[in-house]
Write a protein that binds this ligand. Sequence first.
Ligand SMILES: [Zn+2]
Ligand SMILES: [Zn+2]
Length: 398
Amino acid sequence: MNEMIKKLVDAYGEKLIDNRRYLHAHPELSFKETQTAAWIRQHLQAAGIPLLTGIHGNSTVGYLKGSTDGPAIGFRADIDALGLTEENDLPYKSQHDGVMHACGHDAHTAVLLAMAEILAQHKELIHGTIYFIFQQAEEFLPGGAKGLVEDGLMDSLDYIFGWHVSAMDTVGTADISSGVRTAAVGTYDLKITGKGGHGGSPHQCNNPIIPAAELVSAINLIPALKCDPLANCTVSVSNLICGVAGVDNVLPETVVMGGNIRSLNTDVRDFAMAEIKRLAESISAAHQCQCDVHLVYGYPALDVDAACAAIMEKAARETGLTVEKKNPSLGAEDFAYYSQKKPAGFVHLGLADPTGVHAPTPHHNPSFYIDDAKGLPLALQFILTTYLLAVKELNTKQ
Ligand SMILES: [Zn+2]
Ligand SMILES: [Zn+2]
């Protein structure tokens, strides 16, 4: 199987890299990927791949049916870029000022399109139905995945797979594990309103800094005192704004503060957020202040199915990748919404330059760099192998 897939990837040729570089040069922000979506739809239609109707926004889902029965399997690529200015000096550097593919979603898109175009030419490899999911807005809440779930996409699927580049790990490595891989996240913003006044008459005021100060401690104690010690949770106070620097005889009227919550358990995240609201309101009330709390529930935790992970691990080994088992990350990934609905497989593939000429760069960095020429053919080989193993080993569950 390995040789056959390698031949398909070789035959697809330079188009894989050319497409990734075209997308890299033409990045678009989350929920604004109209040109990218048009480019994807045009390529899918040219390849004779029908588009699923009822999909909203800039997301696009193409599908192909095989002549034999088999599971309905989706493969997802996110298509959005980030709001930063590229600092790389590359012939294909971003042509859009202030927008850059600094997370590798251009690579995801190019690989998924290649997979779709190859399978459109080799329908004998398809069993059941395969869905090519080009998803808008992974980087920006509420996330494009949520919309696709609301569009009913997951009702059509038995399984879903996805992958993410890792610019910090060398080409040839794959981080694959089952279980929770990324965190459930949330943010809070609150405003405590007291009564401002003269520093000489505190008894005539309700200084909101007093409950705010208590609240900072109370929020930070939530993981230690309120969460199961075996669970994992981190809460932060990230901003706290009150009073005017240098104006020392005025007690302020309001305090605003905010921060974020992360846990590998979505229920724990939900609990910690509710607890922040309860503490903020009750501590403020104890000091005769009013508190308005705004909670934003971000992506849930991404839970990778054991059977899907096993298939991806086998595919990685068949592709010649080195499988690593890293700790889960407290980063977030909206692919998690899919994993709440159907068995899901998700991995990170290393795409850092193995020669070290380009040092590994963090994601969301203006110098973000991946070795597409070496890494993308391997990624394409890996994802095609994943599909062929999945149709062999996974049953139709619907
Ligand atoms: Zn990102
Ligand atoms: Zn990303």
